[in-house]
Design a protein around this ligand. Structure first.
Ligand code: FE2
Ligand code: FE2
Ligand code: FE2
Length: 417
């Protein structure tokens, strides 16, 4: 599988923009402004692209809808650095993005503090550029709210520029503010971020990017980064995605999947709940029965997963396997209501892995369950015709191992065929 880096990043980071619920595309607008500014500053093409990708990823430390609300409602807030530090920790472990980690760590650091740090000048400017355009986007959102008109950006550009000018030398590097003030004169700078054009504006950078991703460890490191963002949505789902991925891979291996198929199901497991980034936190943490409105958010999450993953991993089963994890053989699952014959083995494995891991883990409405209780629940699901008996049989043959695997895969070596 050889993937186009630009497509992978554009598609996957769309899920980060979900966190805004109704305020979407923050990451894309920051990315586009950062790349446009880099060009204006005559930074080379590779750096322009890096600013684009770092811009898309800059708020990966924010999974919570509550935290996201700060981004678009306040210039600064208490604990602003928490999401910078978390984002840095995610990125530093992902080889393709590790060069952005320092920028993300400092993407809310004031220039008058940043300029005296012992860091390379270009890194300081890159971090501060993300800070500047990030706050421009905050001011943009503020204007839109005040005027209740999303198309009014050309009426507000001068007030945004005036505000940024007052922060020259304190929040932002003078060289960056000067470039921004020049660029901001162009209507096209603002209009390229219009809701209708933002995707096309970002996609246009594809021609600059020659990067490809061709090996599994690199893909897995990207999927792992996103799994951390997903699982950080709720304290109850800590590492759920990683454990589901490991379980699904183990079951697939035992059921005769090829090495490549095992890799695909592991990626699907890592990303199966990507659509949850669109679900408000309080719903995921609620301990009582969900209202119809709340359940409507839940019912769409695996469909959102499908939409993103089919563009990230075309011509594979990954999107299908990931997005079928709430289907069941009786056709009463969601979002596709597929029945037995329509669900292939990979989809069935994913459902069993998701159900099993969820039972092993504490949920807001119940404690973590022990093996006897889990066995009885899963057996009932087989009797009801929901779960695949063959997959559960394989799980049963390795119950103790899978139970441990669903809680701390690092402590176990996955058995290879
Ligand atoms: Fe931020
Ligand atoms: Fe941001
Ligand atoms: Fe799910």
């Amino acid at each position: 599988m050889e993937l186009v880096f630009h497509d992978v990043i554009c598609s996957l980071t769309a899920s980060l923009d979900f966190v805004g619920i109704s305020d979407i595309h923050h990451g894309k607008r920051v990315a586009l402004m950062a790349a446009t500014m880099a060009k204006k500053l005559q930074w080379d093409e590779d750096t322009q692209l890096n600013m684009l990708y770092a811009g898309m990823l800059h708020d990966c430390g924010i999974s919570s809808t509550e935290d996201h609300a700060h981004l678009v409602s306040e210039l600064e807030w208490d604990d602003v650095n928490l999401h910078c530090e978390l984002g840095q920790r995610y990125l530093v472990n992902c080889p393709l993005f590790s060069k952005y980690a320092l920028w993300i760590l400092h993407h809310h650091t004031h220039w008058n503090e940043l300029e005296i740090l012992d860091l390379p000048e270009q890194d300081k400017l890159a971090a501060n550029l993300i800070f500047l355009v990030d706050r421009v986007d905050f001011l943009q959102a503020e204007c839109a709210v005040v005027d209740k008109n999303v198309n009014n950006i050309l009426l507000n550009e001068s007030s945004i520029m005036t505000k940024i000018k007052t922060l020259r030398g304190t929040f932002f590097a003078p060289v960056l503010v000067d470039a921004f003030l020049e660029l901001g004169q162009q209507e096209s700078f603002w209009l390229s971020m219009d809701y209708s054009y933002i995707d096309a504006s970002v996609r246009a950078y594809e021609s600059l990017s020659k990067r490809k991703i061709a090996n599994f460890p690199t893909l897995l490191s990207i999927a792992t980064l996103f799994s951390k963002v997903i699982d950080a949505k709720s304290p109850h789902t800590k590492e759920h995605s990683k454990y589901v991925a490991q379980l699904a891979r183990f079951l697939a291996q035992k059921m005769g999947f090829s090495e490549e198929e095992q890799q695909h199901i592991e990626l699907a497991g890592m990303l199966h709940d990507l659509g949850k980034l669109r679900v408000p936190d309080y719903i995921l943490n609620k301990s009582t029965v969900l209202t119809q409105t709340e359940y409507a958010y839940i019912r769409r999450h695996s469909f959102d997963t499908m939409q993103i993953l089919k563009t990230v991993f075309p011509n594979t089963k990954i999107a299908e396997w990931a997005s079928h994890h709430h289907e069941n053989l009786t056709g009463t699952g969601y979002p596709f209501h597929l029945k037995g014959s329509e669900l292939d083995l990979g989809s069935r494995i994913m459902t069993v892995a998701d159900v099993f891991q969820a039972l092993v883990q504490k949920r807001p409405y119940r404690d973590a369950l022990q093996l006897p209780a889990i066995k009885s629940i899963m057996n009932k699901m087989i009797i009801n015709g929901e779960l695949d008996q063959n997959v559960v049989s394989v799980l049963e043959q390795h119950y103790e191992y899978c139970y441990a695997l669903a809680q701390s895969p690092e402590s176990l070596k996955i058995e290879r065929v």
